[in-house]
Design a protein around this ligand. Sequence first.
Ligand code: SF4
Length: 212
Amino acid sequence: MAVMPSGSGGRIELPENVVVSRLDALANWCRKNSLWPMPFSTACCGIELMATGAAKHDLARFGAEVFRFSPRQCDLMIVAGRVVMKMLPVLQRIWQQMHEPKWCISMGACASTGGVFDTYAVVQGIDRFIPVDMYVPGCPPRPEQLIQAIIDLQDKIQREGTITGREFDTVGRQLRKRALVEITGHAAIDASRNPVLQRELAAAAEAITSRT
Ligand code: SF4
């Protein structure tokens, strides 16, 4: 327990090299400055994603340049490009394999809304299936826009995070979207070989049933 010396006017003199902070703030400071992206690049937006990591834009300045292709080493999913229905189980599997707390940036019109590909085969926004923290508009967005999204995400992590990371819990954060259930009625997604997707679909169906 800190003892306040008499005559100190309510102020505590800290020894040299001692800094006082909250554990939440410290954990979030570490998290936000060591984001490891998982690139999920499927189309032209991926080229801008590559440019963001290259020398001219130098994402390393913001502590988020360590791109990994192993989901277990990553905590930031960047989806760049359109995602087709056949690819969706792969996207979900990779997302599930990433550590908590984890975040997602949807880069470009296609990832966020399906873009100009308003067809049965293209996912009309990845946020129907995984939670998205930042949306980057454009077709394609410039690297500066992606960098701004990463900076904004870092702000969000610093402001909202706690040491336990409960606020980033995927299940709580993921809005149960009607699309998940509607798709089960059709053969758009074959979930027979994907237990993760089966659980997601069952949970979404249950959530919507309990609401109605
Ligand atoms: S948003 Fe534009 S640039 Fe990006 S994947 Fe779609 S068509 Fe390509």
